[in-house]
Design a protein around this ligand. Structure first.
Ligand code: NAP
Ligand code: FE
Length: 372
């Protein structure tokens, strides 16, 4: 057995995690930039909790609430200018993966005189500002990963950077902050969390410890499927989903994601399909593709979610997120070429070749499966 395991983030999980642990904010300095989206911070209630705490402790703060979905390089540059102007001691990211990932980029850019494009070099002269991450979606697990995924218009896709120093130092994971998410985003993001666990489990970089976390995340996700299909989401289910998301984040911190994410980035970039939903649309063909080299592990996944076959799995995913996407041969060629350049997503358990990816996309989207 041969593996490394480290999560650079201290997690406080549970209702009132922020308010009950408010003293922690003081330990990171006197000036903070809050990084969030236009509505996630406010609607979740987390922004108000944090600003009340800052007022109570006399921590000076500014709010950058212009993080876009799937943030671009320009967007994080703008955020870093706000951090530099304030001379911030630390960053508080509030939101889904987009604001949390933007926080990581802003934390690095605030401390290093580099352009956003240089973030992808992954080595920085100065350590980033400390990041406190408060998720308001249950999907990316970004609160416990070092990754920041940014949209790169120059190469027409999304790409991640991150190193040991870009783990948030603290994560406050309170399921009640996810209650204001709409039902569609709840389902989409839950599927992202599940995808992280599944892809990590079927990655060449999986380890004994990441496998335990992955299969537990998959099992708990299985307990949420009926609620997700009926769109009947109680607090108890939200708590489970946030836990799945965190476990999935811990998995991919060690394994990275694989071809579902690699291909899904193109669906998001070109077709504006939300990240988790884009992943979900590829899952059934991904399992069929990998079955010949990972039969035992795929059977473990199916049994952990009490599903008897990949076909039945596909039917369930289709009930969660009906597939309305149709791609042309030309689009499939572009998407596969881009994905083949995303080396970090090619650690798939089955050795990936370009024609494999185009076959997966053809089976998913050529001619389209219209299920309205
Ligand atoms: P998101 O893009 O952060 O948010 C999706 C939408 O939901 C936004 O409109 C957002 O509003 C809204 N929202 C979020 N929380 C809400 C709440 N509690 N109440 C009301 N509205 C809420 O979605 P995401 O799926 O969490 O993140 C996706 C991004 O994360 C992608 O860029 C993806 O590539 C990345 N990602 C990162 C990792 C990682 O390890 N770091 C892993 C997987 C994916 P606002 O616009 O106001 O925020
Ligand atoms: Fe993801």
């Amino acid at each position: 057995m041969d593996f490394k395991f480290k999560i650079g983030t201290k997690v406080y999980f549970g209702k009132n995690a922020v308010l009950d642990n408010r003293e922690i904010f003081k330990t990171y300095g006197n000036k903070a930039l809050i990084v969030t989206g236009s509505k996630s911070g406010k609607m979740s209630g987390a922004l108000k909790h944090v600003t009340n705490i800052f007022e109570e402790f006399g921590i000076q703060f500014d709010i950058f609430d212009r993080v876009e979905n799937n943030p671009t390089l320009n967007n994080v540059k703008e955020g870093s200018e706000a951090a530099i102007k304030l001379n911030a001691d630390f960053i508080v990211g509030i939101g889904g993966g987009s604001p949390l990932d933007a926080s990581k980029a802003i934390a690095v850019l605030a401390q290093n005189e580099i352009e956003p494009i240089n973030l992808f070099e992954n080595t920085f002269s100065n350590k980033p500002l400390p990041i406190i991450a408060i998720p308001t979606t249950a999907g990316t697990g970004s609160e416990v990963t070092p990754y920041s995924i940014l949209t790169r218009d120059d190469i027409r896709t999304k790409m991640s950077f991150g190193n040991e120093d870009t783990f948030p130092v603290i994560a406050f994971a309170d399921p009640s902050y996810t209650e204001s998410m709409n039902l569609e985003t709840t389902v989409d993001t839950a599927l992202d969390a599940f995808s992280h666990a599944m892809e990590g489990y079927l990655s060449k970089r999986s380890t004994p410890v990441s496998d335990i976390l992955a299969i537990e995340a998959i099992r708990i996700f299985g307990n949420c499927i009926n609620s997700l299909i009926s769109r009947n989401i109680s607090y108890d289910i939200r708590e489970k989903l946030l836990y799945v998301s965190m476990l999935g984040g811990m998995v991919i911190s060690h394994t990275g994601t694989t071809i579902i994410h690699g291909l899904g980035y193109s669906l998001t970039y070109f077709k504006k399909i939300p990240h988790g939903r884009a992943n979900a649309l590829i899952m059934e063909e991904y399992l069929k593709y990998n079955y010949e080299v990972a039969e035992e592990k795929i059977n473990n996944i199916l049994s952990a979610i009490s599903i008897s076959s990949i076909i039945e799995f596909g039917e369930i995913i289709n009930r969660l997120v009906p597939n309305k996407v149709v791609l042309s041969d030309e689009e499939i060629e572009i998407y596969t070429s881009i994905t083949m350049k995303q080396k970090s997503t090619l650690y798939n358990v089955r050795q990936v070749e370009k024609n494999h990816l185009s076959n997966i996309l053809k089976k998913c989207f050529l001619g389209g499966i219209q299920n309205d």
